[in-house]
Structures are given as C-alpha cells and as structure tokens.
Design a protein. Structure first.
Lengths: 480, 264
C-alpha cells in the first residue's frame, strides 16, 4: 500500500460530486453491462430461494417484528448484553464516534504490541476507516475476506456491502494479483486466484497478533456474538490470533437466541441466495482453562456513530432494522446503473442513502437522497420490511426544509434553497386554488406554441413536454 | 381487492379524478377513459374544481405544500361514489399517502381515510368492480405493456392491465426484458439526476423496442411522458419520421379495440 494515507479524504466523497461520478459510470457501456449482469445474477439467486410468495411475506413480517421488538427494548438489551458478555469474559467497549472506536481498537493493539491485525469482513470497520487509522498507528491491517482482500490490494473501497469487489472483473483481479502479490504470474483462472489468496492469508493468520471481526447478531440473553461468513476466514480471525476484537453497531442486538434463526435465514437467502452460509460462528468468550485453542482475550466494541440519532425518531428508527443483506442494492435500478463507488459513502445503494445521513450528517449527504425514482423495489425485497422509499421522502423533507430550532437530524435544512422552496410555494398556490389552476392551465394550453424547446435536463434525452391545445376539461365542456 | 360478486349491482355513479398530467398533457386518454366507463352504463362525474393530487411536492420533500393541494382535493368527492383515477401513481398517492399526510389533522385524516377506501386505479376498477371483459373488434396486433412502479408496488394492480389486454382475442402481449424495472421517471428525479434517469429510460425503451411490439401501452401517463419522450428523441436523433415506438394510455387502446368503427 504505497498510496498516500489520508484517512478522512479517502473515507468519504461528498455528494456534491455524485452526479459527476454517476455520469462517468453511466457513460461507460462496459461497466453498465457488467453491473447489470452481476445484479441480474444476484436477483435470480434470491428469487430461487423464495418461490412461495406467501411464505416470503410471512417470513418478512416475522423478520420485521423481531427487529422492531428488539429495537423497542434496545437500551435495556444493550445493558443486559454488556452484563452477560462481561460475565462470559468478553470485554465490552462503547464508542460514540469512529475516532473513539479506532482509539479503543488501537489501544488494545498497542497494549499487546501488535504489529499485524488480520480482519474478517466488517462493514463497521470500513465505516470507521480502521485500516487507515491502523496504518497511521503503525499496525498492519490485512483484509482476509477474498473480496475485501482484492479491494485492499487495489487500494479501493468496497462497492457493495456483501460483495466488496463486485465492480471488478476476473481479468482485473488477475492483473492486480500479478502486480501486487509477490511471485505470482498472471492467471485469470478463478480457482487459481482464490488459491493464491488463501496461500498468502494462511500464513498471515498464524502471524497476526490481533484478529478483528464484525458481528451479525449479538444475543443479549446468552452473551453470544454470531458471525455469518462463507470463507472460513472469519473463524480463523476469531480463533487463531491471541486477541479477538469484534466491532458492531449498537443496533445489531437481539434479546433471545431464538430470534437468530429466522433473521439468519432471511439474511443468507436475501443476500446471496444461499439456504445457509458455509460458516456460522457463535462466540461466547475467550479461551477457558484447559481449552486447546481460541483467543486469550475477546473484546466487543459497540459503535453509535449516528445510530442513536436515528433511534430517537419513531419513523427514522426503522432504518436500524437493517440486517445488512444488500438485497436492496441488488434490486435497485439506480445502484445497477452506477455501482457502489459513485455514492461516495461506506454503505451504498438504498440502505446507504437512508443510513449515511445519520453517520455523516445531511450537509454531506443531501444530494444522495434525491437519487431515487422511489420505484419501491428496495422496500419490496427488504427482508425486514424497512419502508425505504418513505424514509427517503422523509429525508428529502429534512434536507430541503428551512433549518428548524429542534431538528431531528444533524444537518437538517442543509439542502435548503430559498428559490426552490419559493417555486414549490408558488406551485401550491396555483394547485390549491381551482381558479388559479384553471387560469394557468388555460394559458399554458392556449399558448402551448410558446413552450420552450429546451427544458433543462428533461430534454437532454427526451423531446420537450408540450401541453395539449385543449385540456380534458375543455374537451368535456365542448361535449356537453 | 375483492371483486364485486356477479349478483352485486355495480355502482351507477363514479367520480373521475383525471390527474393534472392527463388534464394538460394527455386529455385524449382522459376522454377515452371516461367514454369506456360511460359505455358500461356509468354516470361519470368530473369535479370541475380538481387540480393535482399533490404528489410532485410530496415526493420532492415539500409535504406542507403537498398537504395544501391535497386538502383541496379532499373536498371534491362528497358522495359515497368510487373515485376512478387513470394513473396508478396518483391513485397510490391518494389511497396510501393522504392518510399519512393528514395524520396530525383529525378532521382531514378522517376524510382521507374515507376517501382512501374509494380510490380505484382505472384498470383495477374495470376488472375488479365492473368485471369488464373487453370484446376485441380489431385485427391481429402485438403490444407491450409497461406498468408503473406505483401501480405495481403501491396499488398492487399490475395484474389488472395485463388481464384486460389478455381478454382481447387478437392482441398478443409481448414480454419485455426487466419488465418490473422502473422507467426512470420518478417525478423530479428525472431532472435532479438526469444522467441516471436518462440511463434508465434508455434501457427501458431498448427493452420495449426489442419485443418488436407495434406499440407500448401503459396505465400511467407519467411513465408514458418519459418513455415516449425518449423514444421520440431517439427518432429525431436517428432521423426517423415515423415513431419506432408509438404508445398510448391503455384506456385509448381498449376503447379503440372495442369500438367497431375505430378498431385497428
């Protein structure tokens, strides 16, 4: 990794550049085709898992209820989780900001004079930019999930929360390996590429001082951390190194063990179209006396980073129901057109558009909330029924309304524009008054030849809109 | 979503909420929808005071403005008759979003709830309430149907348009690739994110053309504005004088196919 390490510029690309970034992708026929193909594949995998519409509907309702039940009890469950985990010998840390989370993790690294941290897939670690913070602190951070490993080699960010390297072709990966991995010749044989990765990583699991992982479900009643993965690297990260640090958002908690199976099933079936993942790890403490393996120390870092802001509002709280399956991006016509990097946020796609404003503030994300036709495909497939389109409409209101005294969100009103607001005010004046509407629509019909032929962005790929010479009400009046 | 049982008398009177797009841009579609309903023996009432459902402001993040406009529409339908809307999108707004919009205004909330139960998208009304079985008077023809996202996912009426076309004996309904995908209109989305919207409508028009259907029909004029607007732009770009993808509202197509004098 010899690119400049500037954590907070690489970290996030402001939404002001979103249009330019999406234009770049949209104008690239190769990328367009490639994203379309990948999303078609993922959609068909998921569809094959849910042949029965009624079963799917009842599962989604169950998923929604489990998530809402647990969110309703969240403050209490967090305390119970801490209590149980502590009893099990897992050390619990609370972090309000990414900086605090990094400080905690690197503090543990320093305590153990760690040189190398090997990482299982964790989007929360991406959210806090742990790799950059670790490099800056002199701790090597190596991704061990194959997709994450590829993305790290390329010095990029994941473009999808489940398939981080979905934007790359196997040829690109072949060239990357030949260039960046010592002693590797070019091969675009996928099995061979995976073997190369595994060989490199196998050694690193043994060398690493710290293993880092995410958490899919943290169970309060038992003090168990559940980790879903397919490659076995998660198990390696959480068992081989002497210290395991898990990090997760405060919302990933369930009260009971029995809440896990339905959510787990919805997760794998929605995400990758798998009945079940290859590995399911349940971590309930460090190595006990007499046990032959496992880390001597286990830590859990619970991160807020804007989640309690979403939690405080009844409607926005639904954002936290997410189990990070990525189905919303797979089915999103916008994501399919532009891929994940264009968003400039850790979490792309529909879920990214509703969760990022809480993490980064609306100042930085107001532009993203308009990037949806509100087609509803995301809400339709969400396994826990997050009403993503409704939340986008709400975020638009938060972004574009005048700054208020007690805002529900950081950056409320950041997208406020006096001119646009006045246009809508004028629009409402016309359309709330039948007299005004009749007059204005009469004029636009009678003088439709005055309709401009250039209508801004509309006419970039469409003919101009032209009112008909007679309105429906005129035609009806003539008929009588 | 229950069909009127055969022995139950269908309503004698209905309101017609044309939508601002039909009133100003597709008046012919509105006339044809009204004629279709009248031919089924209904008295169609067009409240002269109607304007717009308020959706443009609502989806753009201006609920106060949407509320003002919606509040006016709430007053237009005093009798307990069905309200037929020739658009899944505007019907979805009135049926599903009016009650939320007026959540903190008890009087209007009650009105919105009552209205919500009476809102029907046109093809839904034809199939589910009138049990309308169109009799085809035309010759062989292939069409392709585009269903709006609101009709599909909010109103859940994507089956009724297809059913009506399926009842036409000589009409073949072609199947387009990625049928359920959005055309890219999305109201102000089309001008706020023109690159993405443009890519979506480009793909949609390609998929529709690839079916070789003679025309596209849709029950939503918003989608038609976008799809036909792009198809016509393509015609201009490629120097065609005849449209490669003509299209119309499903009401116009149904009326023509079922009228002996105009069937083609």
């Amino acid at each position: 990794m010899n690119a400049p390490q500037t954590p907070h510029t690489l970290h996030f690309m402001p939404s002001a550049g979103f249009r330019a970034r999406s234009k770049n992708v949209v104008e690239n026929p190769f990328l367009r085709q490639s994203f379309r193909g990948a999303m078609d594949f993922l959609m068909s995998k998921r569809a094959a898992q849910f042949p029965d519409a009624e079963e799917l509907e009842s599962l989604r309702s169950l998923g929604e209820r489990i998530r809402q039940y647990n969110l309703a009890k969240l403050p209490d469950l967090l305390l119970r989780l801490e209590d149980k985990l502590t009893g099990n010998g897992i050390q619990v840390h609370w972090a309000e900001t990414p900086e605090e989370a990094n400080e905690i993790i690197l503090g543990i690294c320093h305590k153990h004079s760690a040189k190398l941290m090997v990482k299982g897939k964790s989007m929360v670690s991406e959210e806090i930019e742990l790799n950059h913070a670790a490099e800056a602190a002199g701790v090597g951070a190596l991704e061990s999930d194959m997709g994450e490993y590829i993305v790290q080699l390329a010095n990029e960010k994941p473009s999808h929360i489940i398939m981080p390297a979905i934007h790359k072709t196997k040829e690109e990966i072949a060239s990357l390996f030949a260039e960046k991995v010592e002693g590797v010749d070019y091969t675009d044989n996928v099995d061979a590429l995976i073997q190369i990765g595994r060989t490199v990583l196998r050694q690193k699991f043994l060398e690493a001082d710290i293993g880092l992982s995410g958490v899919n479900f943290a169970v309060a009643e038992t003090g168990t951390l559940c980790l879903v993965e397919n490659e076995g690297n998660g198990r390696m990260c959480t068992t081989a190194p002497p210290v395991h640090i898990a990090i997760t958002g405060i919302e990933k908690i369930v009260e009971k063990l029995e809440h896990v199976p339905p959510l787990y099933s919805l997760l794998t079936r929605s995400a990758t179209g798998q009945n079940i993942s290859t590995y399911f790890n349940m971590i309930s403490g460090p190595r006990k006396p007499g046990e032959k393996d496992g880390p001597g120390e286990v830590h859990l870092v619970l991160l807020d980073n804007g989640r309690s802001q979403a939690y405080a509002d009844e409607q926005l709280r639904k954002t936290l129901q997410c189990i990070r399956c990525g189905a919303c991006m797979n089915h999103c016509p916008v994501y399919t057109r532009i891929g994940g990097h264009a968003y400039g946020t850790t979490y792309p796609g529909p879920i990214g558009k509703i969760v990022s404003p809480h993490m980064l503030g609306l100042e930085a994300t107001a532009g993203l909330v308009t990037a949806s036709s509100l087609c509803g495909a995301c809400g339709e497939v969400c396994p826990v029924k997050i009403p993503i389109p409704d939340l986008l409409v709400r975020l638009r209101e938060e972004a574009f309304s005048e700054p208020k005294a007690n805002p529900a969100m950081r950056g409320q009103g950041a997208g406020h524009n006096g001119l646009i607001s006045n246009i809508w005010r004028g629009w409402a004046m016309v359309y709330r008054s039948p007299t005004m509407y009749r007059a204005v629509s009469w004029l636009t019909s009678r003088f439709n030849w005055l309709t401009p032929s250039k209508q801004g962005a509309w006419t970039s790929v469409r003919v101009p809109l032209k009112p008909a010479p007679k309105r429906l009400r005129d035609m009806l009046a003539e008929r009588r | 979503m229950t069909r009127t049982p055969p022995n139950q008398t269908p309503p004698r009177d209905v309101y017609f909420f044309a939508t601002c797009v039909v009133d100003q841009f597709f008046p012919g579609a509105g006339m044809d929808a009204i004629t279709l309903l009248e031919r089924q023996g209904l008295r169609v009432h067009f409240p002269e005071q109607q304007t717009c459902c308020g959706q443009p402001a609502y989806t753009s993040g201006f609920p106060d403005e949407a509320r003002k406009v919606a509040a006016h529409q709430l007053t237009l339908f005093p009798n307990d008759w069905p309200v037929v809307v020739p658009s899944g999108s505007c019907a979805g707004m009135m049926k599903h979003h009016y009650p939320t919009l007026f959540a903190s205004d008890p009087a209007r909330k009650a009105q919105a709830d009552a209205l919500s139960g009476r809102i029907y998208e046109l093809t839904q009304f034809l199939v589910e309430v009138l049990n309308f079985k169109p009799e085809d008077c035309g010759s062989d023809c292939t069409v392709v149907l585009h269903t709006s996202c609101s009709a599909r996912r909010e109103m859940n009426v994507h089956v009724t348009g297809r059913q009506l076309l399926g009842d036409l004996a000589k009409v073949t309904v072609a199947q387009q690739d990625h049928e359920s995908e959005c055309c890219g209109f999305g109201g102000t989305f089309s001008v706020k994110q023109p690159e993405i919207s443009g890519a979506m409508v480009e793909d949609k028009v390609k998929a529709l053309k690839a079916t070789s259907a003679e025309r596209v029909v849709s029950a939503d004029c918003g989608c038609l504005m976008n799809i036909l607007g792009h198809a016509a732009w393509k015609d201009q770009q490629e120097g065609r004088t005849q449209p490669a993808l003509p299209g119309e509202h499903i009401a116009s197509f149904l009326l023509r196919r079922t009228s002996k004098e105009t069937a083609r």
